[in-house]
Design a protein around this ligand. Structure first.
Ligand code: SIN
Length: 534
């Protein structure tokens, strides 16, 4: 039912953007290749000036309700991944500014937690309304600084805003417990209280949604926050913060600092005021944060790397399998933690699937995300392209064959051709580490037992996908896969109502859904004694 609902209410467009969605629905797509000369600065400039006119282009950080530069005046350029242009300069902050943001968040905490759930709910709802009212501007900002196609960026605005709406509702439902006591003169009550100041460290691949997924839950619980967005994509964070101010969220409840990531991270970790760190990003950084949290014994939520298997069984509906795999692999040009990374195809369906899949991949138009019809934007920077190249080189040296793509795109140094590899094997780097790019490696398998063993043979456990029409197999495989989230005949599983998170080295805790708010709450037990009975 839920999956049907996703499609029927247009949520698939929200997640993927209409270009990719159009391909998935197999309507004919007129493919026009992007011209290099289209990459003038004008679409960027027009988009930036519209965002500026709307008052959403900030070049200062937000601390205690004030827009401030770095103490020493240093700045950091934010580039368009599509053209390399500098969009705007933002403050390059460090420890001092982070400590002052923590201080403001601490001061605001008492007042914010004292509001009723329904008062916090109304302010969150105002924020949601403003985010949605400014969908076009925020979408343009995401495409400008992150690169994803505009339709996908607009989808992210809706996805990200939905967390604010969802947690606005949850703010009113933070229930405790009454536990029957083992003694007649005692009563046992359990309260849920906000953990305190939260440090939220967010990535560049979803410049809005990864912030709202964290802070909306934190705010609903009564916590205040210091957010450190990625230095690559701070502009959407600042625009969202501007809208939070307009919504009436009090000064100091939301603070946004950026600049020297290690120094900001260290200040957040060292502070006794910061009681919780929530992070989305690499497993390597997550491990450092985990070690760093020991010094002050902070609560942690970590949403780290994945290595998602996608299994196509012989009994799969091939159209459904192609659509689902394409959606998961090529969303955000493969730059999501839940992107399919290893595609296992059963021998009996291998040729049919690989042909149909390569045909679908071929129809993805590559270009500047601001251009109409584009389904694949640039990768975030040249380092991301170099990583893809390293994975390809390794795979080809170990016997993989290129069915489609396989090299940098002629559009520029941040573009990579949507790629399909065959004859891949489990000894290749691409099967061990997430490629975080538009490369789909196919591997043939024989039996269900073999493929479950191969799928689970990874240090990571975020998302997994499989396609089958056999109900018993669906249960069996879903239960056997060691992953926090499993898509069955579905490639897009993210939604604000479901718990997002992984097992093994993919992280700790869950975001979104009714479970997400628990990450920002402490359980307090009250024991009332000497109760006289009749
Ligand atoms: C991520 O890549 O970390 C988030 C993806 C999602 O929310 O779907």
């Amino acid at each position: 039912m839920q999956l049907v609902h996703l499609h029927s209410t247009g949520r698939l467009e929200n997640m993927l953007g209409s270009s990719l969605c159009r391909i998935l629905r197999r309507r004919p797509l007129k493919v026009t290749r992007c011209q290099v000369q289209e990459f003038t600065t004008s679409p960027q400039k027009i988009a930036i000036s519209k965002v500026k006119e709307a008052g959403l282009l900030h070049s200062k950080a937000l601390i205690g309700g004030k827009w401030l530069g770095a103490n020493d005046g240093r700045t950091l350029p934010v580039h368009s991944p599509a053209t390399g242009e500098v969009l705007v300069e933002v403050p390059y902050m460090g420890e001092v500014e982070t400590n002052s943001a923590i201080n403001e968040a601490s001061k605001a905490f008492a007042g914010w937690r004292a509001l009723t759930g329904s008062e916090r709910s109304k302010l969150l709802r105002n924020w949601y309304d403003l985010l949605i009212a400014n969908k076009e501007h925020l979408g343009h900002l995401i495409t400008l600084e992150q690169g994803k196609p505009l339709t996908e960026a607009l989808g992210e605005v809706v996805y990200g805003s939905n967390f604010v709406e969802f947690f606005a509702e949850e703010a009113k439902r933070i229930y405790g417990d009454i536990i029957p006591a083992p003694f007649s003169d005692r009563r046992i009550v359990v309260l849920k209280q906000p953990v305190g100041v939260v440090g939220a460290i967010t990535p560049w691949n979803f410049p809005l949604a990864m912030i709202t997924r964290k802070v909306a839950a934190a705010f609903a619980a009564g916590c205040t926050a210091v957010v450190k967005p990625s230095e690559l994509t701070p502009l959407t964070a600042l625009a969202a913060a501007e809208l939070a101010c307009q919504a009436g969220i009090p000064p100091g409840v939301l603070n946004v600092v950026m600049g020297d990531a290690p120094r900001i991270g260290d200040a957040l970790m060292a502070s006794n005021e910061v009681r919780k760190i929530t992070f989305t990003g690499s497993t390597a950084v997550g491990k450092k944060l985990m070690a760093g949290a020991a010094g002050t014994v902070k609560k942690l939520s970590l949403e780290l790397g994945g290595n998602a298997p996608c299994i196509i069984f012989d009994d799969a509906d091939i159209d459904v399998a192609v659509k689902g795999t394409l959606a998961s692999k090529f969303r955000n040009s493969g730059q999501t933690c839940v992107s399919v990374n290893r595609i296992f195809v059963q021998a009996g369906i291998y040729d049919k699937f690989s042909d149909a899949f390569a045909t679908a991949v071929k129809s993805l138009e590559v270009g500047n995300g601001l251009h109409k019809g584009v389904a694949q934007g640039p990768l975030i920077n040249e380092a991301a392209v170099e990583k893809v190249e390293r994975h390809l080189e390794d795979a080809l040296s170990k016997g993989a064959k290129v069915l489609l793509g396989g090299k940098k795109h002629s559009l520029g140094s941040t573009f990579y051709e949507p790629t399909v590899l065959t004859d891949t094997s489990t000894d290749m780097i691409i099967f061990r580490e997430e490629v975080f790019g538009p490369v789909a490696p196919l591997i043939k398998f024989k039996t269900e037992e073999d493929v479950i063993q191969m799928a689970n043979d990874t240090l990571f456990g975020l998302a997994a996908y499989f396609f089958t029409q056999n109900l018993s197999r669906a249960w069996r495989v879903a239960e056997a896969l060691e992953f926090g989230m499993v898509g069955i005949n579905e490639g897009i599983i993210s939604t604000e109502v479901a718990p997002f998170g992984g097992v093994k080295q993919s992280g700790l805790g869950r975001e979104g859904s009714k479970y997400g708010i628990d990450e920002y709450l402490e359980v307090k037990y009250l024991c009332m004694g000497s109760i006289k009975s009749f």
